[in-house]
Ligand binder design. Structure first.
Ligand code: JFZ
Length: 438
C-alpha cells in the first residue's frame, strides 16, 4: 500500500466501521431518485422555483414509476463494474422513498404504493453490492425545519413572519427516520448525509450545522444500530469520507495538509436528479478517464444516475454505464484494490499500483514508444491488460544513442514498444510487473 494511503487510513475515526472495503472497491453508483424525477428539472427544482410544500405535493399525487425494477438497476451497476450503491432515501424536498412510520409524505402513499428502498436493498444484496443511504439533513417539507436562505419559502413574507418552527422537533424526526432506515433494512454499509452550511448568513436567517442536526448524537445512534457503518463528511463534524463534487482534485485530497480517504461524486450531466432537457452528457471515455484519474490519486468514484419518473435509467445513462462496464470487464484489476503509484508518471498517462504491479493508463496514444523514467533493470514483464499480449520494452542503451528512439531518452528509462494502432478500448492499459527485489 502506498504511503499516502497509509496516512489517510491512520486519520480514519476509530469509532467508525472500517473503511477498507470502500478503499478497496473504488467505484460506486450514486442514485438520486425522488419526486423531483417528475418535474425533471433538477433535484433543487422545489427551491429554485420557490414552490410551497403544499403545491409540490402534486408530484406525490402523480408519482407512479410503473417500470421500476430494482433488479435491473442493481444489474446495471454490477455490469458497470461498480461495487456499491448509494441511494437517496430522502432528498432536500423531504419526501421519504421508504415506508416511514413517521410521516405521510412517503412513497407508499403515492399511486405507486411500494417501498422503493426495500426493493432496491434486496436487489443490491442479490448482486453482492454494498448498500449506502444518502439522507438529506435538509428538509424543505417538514414544518419544524426553520426557514433559511435556501428554503423554497424564503420570500414568503407571511411564512417568514408567522411560521413556528421548532428545530428540536425536526431533529427528533431526523433521528427517528435514520433509526428506521438502520433498523428495518438489514446491514447498511455507508451513510451519506447531506449537507451542512453553518457559515451561511442571510441576515434574517443563518445556515445549519451540527447543533441543528444533533450530529454527534445522530452518529452515536447510527453506530449503535450498525457498528460497521462508515460515514461521509457532511454532518459538520470534520470527519468521514471527504467528498469533493463535480470537479477532479489535482492530487490526493487532504485535510489540514494530511491525506484523507476521499470519494469524488460526479454526475453524467451536471444534474443529480433526472433532468430531461439537460443533454450535457460526459462521454464514456471521459467518464472512464475520471475513474482512472481518481484512483491514481487514491480516491473513489461515486458516479450518479438520476432515474426518471417511470423508474428507468434513461437510454444515454444506460449506454454510458455499459461502455464503462465493457472497459471495466477488461481492466477492473487496474482499478479495484489499487491506488496511487509513487513512480514517475510518463507523459499523458495515469498510474495505479497494487504491490509490485503497476498499471500504466495511456490517456492519449503515442507514436510507437512510451518512455518511463527510472525503471532500468526493474521490470520483469509487461503486457496489455485487455488482451494479455506482451508489450516489449528496452532499456536505454548509450551505445545506441544514435538511434532515433534512444537519442532523447533519459538515461535510466525504459522504452515500451507500442503498435501504431491504438487497441480498441477506451483507455489502453499496460500492466507492468516489477521485479520483486527491484
Ligand atoms: C448536494 C445536494 O444539494 C445536491 O442536490 C446533490 O445531492 C449533491 C450530491 O449534494 O450538493 C452539494 C453539497 C455540498 C457541496 C456542494 C454541493 N459542497 O460541499 O461543496
Amino acid at each position: 500500500m502506498n504511503e499516502m494511503m497509509k496516512e489517510a487510513k491512520a486519520q480514519w475515526p476509530a469509532h467508525y466501521g472500517s473503511p477498507e472495503w470502500l478503499v478497496h472497491d473504488r467505484f460506486g453508483l450514486f442514485i438520486h431518485w425522488g419526486l423531483y424525477a417528475l418535474p425533471a428539472r433538477h433535484e433543487w427544482v422545489m427551491t429554485w422555483e420557490k414552490t410551497p410544500p403544499e403545491a409540490y405535493k402534486t408530484y406525490m399525487k402523480y408519482f407512479n414509476p410503473d417500470l421500476y425494477d430494482a433488479k435491473k438497476w442493481a444489474k446495471a451497476a454490477k455490469q458497470a463494474g461498480m461495487k456499491y450503491v448509494v441511494v437517496t432515501t430522502k432528498h432536500h424536498e423531504g419526501f421519504a422513498m421508504w415506508d416511514s412510520a413517521l410521516t405521510d409524505y412517503k412513497i407508499t402513499n403515492t399511486p405507486f404504493g411500494r417501498d422503493a428502498i426495500a426493493e432496491l436493498v434486496e436487489a443490491l444484496r442479490e448482486q453482492d453490492l454494498k448498500v449506502g443511504f444518502y439522507h438529506s439533513l435538509i428538509d424543505w417539507h417538514h414544518p419544524d425545519f426553520p426557514l433559511d436562505g435556501i428554503h423554497p419559502l424564503r420570500e414568503d413574507e407571511e411564512a417568514k413572519a408567522h411560521r413556528k418552527s421548532d428545530i428540536a422537533n425536526y431533529r427528533t424526526y431526523l433521528h427517528e427516520q435514520v433509526k428506521e432506515l438502520l433498523t428495518n433494512y438489514g446491514k447498511i454499509d455507508y451513510l451519506w448525509f447531506d449537507f451542512s452550511y453553518p457559515d451561511k448568513d442571510w441576515g434574517w436567517s443563518t445556515g445549519k450545522g451540527k447543533d441543528d442536526w444533533g450530529s454527534e448524537e445522530l452518529e452515536r445512534l447510527a453506530l449503535q444500530l450498525q457498528p460497521d457503518l462508515i460515514f461521509n463528511n457532511r454532518m459538520d463534524l470534520d470527519r468521514g469520507v471527504v467528498t469533493p463534487e463535480q470537479y477532479q482534485p489535482k492530487g490526493p485530497a487532504t485535510r489540514d495538509g494530511v491525506p484523507v480517504i476521499w470519494e469524488a461524486c460526479q454526475t453524467l450531466t451536471g444534474s443529480w436528479g433526472y433532468d430531461r432537457d439537460n443533454l450535457d452528457f460526459k462521454s464514456p471515455e471521459l467518464l472512464v478517464k475520471m475513474l482512472i484519474d481518481t484512483v491514481s490519486k487514491n480516491g473513489n468514484l461515486l458516479l450518479n444516475v438520476g432515474p426518471n419518473g417511470r423508474g428507468e435509467f434513461e437510454t444515454r445513462a444506460l449506454h454510458s454505464l455499459s461502455e464503462i462496464g465493457e472497459w471495466m470487464r477488461l481492466h477492473e484489476c487496474s482499478i479495484v484494490g489499487t491506488g496511487r503509484s509513487e513512480l514517475a508518471v510518463p507523459e499523458d498517462c495515469r498510474l495505479t499500483q497494487r504491490g509490485s504491479t503497476v498499471y500504466v493508463h495511456l490517456f492519449s496514444w503515442p507514436l510507437k514508444h512510451l518512455h518511463m523514467p527510472h525503471l532500468e533493470g526493474k521490470i520483469d514483464y509487461a503486457q496489455f491488460l485487455h488482451d494479455a499480449s506482451e508489450v516489449r520494452f528496452k532499456q536505454h542503451d548509450p551505445s545506441e544513442a544514435h538511434s532515433h528512439t534512444d537519442a532523447e531518452v533519459d538515461p535510466g528509462s525504459v522504452t515500451f514498444e507500442l503498435p501504431v494502432q491504438k487497441p480498441d478500448v477506451l483507455v489502453p492499459v499496460i500492466e507492468v510487473f516489477l521485479k520483486e527485489d527491484a
